[in-house]
Design a protein around this ligand. Structure first.
Ligand SMILES: NC(=O)c1ccc[n+]([C@@H]2O[C@H](COP(=O)([O-])OP(=O)(O)OC[C@H]3O[C@@H](n4cnc5c(N)ncnc54)[C@H](OP(=O)(O)O)[C@@H]3O)[C@@H](O)[C@H]2O)c1
Length: 255
């Protein structure tokens, strides 16, 4: 029996990519899963996969970049019997391009999805975790948060991920010694739709050097599978560590 057996986990962005792989890894470890994203068909397909592993799955279709949907989601989650683990994974890499070319509405949407939604969900789920003296909060960031100059053309993305990391480390200090941990996870360079989307962009719009770098990463086989990243996240989740920035490489060895 694992530490996660019988726990309930909410995974945002669970319809595909790292979120889907993490939801399935949690189910394999014995957790019931609540899957959140916008695409109902993808959520429903992942829910079927979770159920085939013998665990309960429910779905929440919501756009976390919309304050209205976010409020509705927070209210719905407060009615749920108890979420013990939250993996805040949903994010957008848009808008991309020079700072003079991007639309401020897109910047605002990204800030809401990548930072505000995480804060809002954590705030809604924390009371139950604190009351029971056990909870796990993982906020999925990016290695780029630690080296923002490496992602020229993605100013909003690195800004939101740096903010997300500050939120996480500060929250971990706030809830220290309560049994609730909060950690950042940098998932590595992962073969998902997000990576494919960057490769599909017009090089002139997002920057030729940046585009070439992402194409090369793919061509040279430097992307890891979502399952590999999710496994590393699950190995970290078994620890009592809090206030840390986890990476794939720093994950404890598997059994
Ligand atoms: N892939 C990488 O190399 C890489 C590297 C570093 C960090 N990351 C981080 O890892 C996380 C997952 O990335 P990924 O590569 O797996 O991305 P992905 O393949 O693009 O999947 C993103 C997930 O988030 C959901 N999502 C997007 N916008 C949403 C919204 N407005 N409301 C609710 N859900 C939304 C998507 O579903 P819908 O579109 O159906 O809503 C999807 O399920 C992100 O935080 C990303 O920043 C990824």
């Amino acid at each position: 029996m694992s530490l996660l057996t019988g726990r309930t986990a909410l995974v945002t962005g669970a319809g595909r990519g790292i979120g889907r792989a993490t939801a399935l890894a949690l189910a394999k470890a014995g957790a019931d899963v609540i899957l959140l994203a916008r695409s109902r068909d993808q959520l429903s397909s992942v829910a079927d996969e979770v159920r085939s592993l013998g665990r309960t799955a429910s779905t929440v279709a919501a756009d976390l970049s919309s304050l209205k949907d976010l409020d509705r989601t927070r209210r719905a989650l407060k009615q749920v019997e108890g979420v013990d683990i939250v993996i805040n994974n949903a994010a957008t890499i848009t808008p991309m391009g020079t700072t003079t070319s991007i639309e401020m509405d897109d910047v605002l949407s990204a800030m809401i999805l990548n930072v505000v939604a995480v804060t809002a969900l954590n705030s809604a789920l924390l009371p139950h975790m604190l009351q029971q003296g056990w909870g796990r909060i993982v906020n999925v960031s990016s290695g780029l948060a630690g080296r923002p100059a490496d992602f020229v053309g993605g100013n909003t993305y690195v800004t939101t991920k740096a903010g997300l990391e500050a939120h996480t480390i500060n929250l971990a200090a706030e809830v220290e010694r309560t049994g609730v941990t909060a950690n950042v996870y940098r998932p590595g360079i992962v073969d998902t739709g997000m990576q494919a989307w960057i490769r599909e962009q017009d090089p002139q719009r997002i920057g030729e050097a940046l585009h070439e770098r992402f194409v090369s990463l793919h061509e040279e086989g430097n992307l890891i599978a979502p399952e590999q990243s999710a496994d590393a996240l699950l190995r970290h989740l078994g620890s009592e560590a809090t206030g840390q920035v986890w990476t794939v490489a720093s994950a404890p060895a598997g059994t």
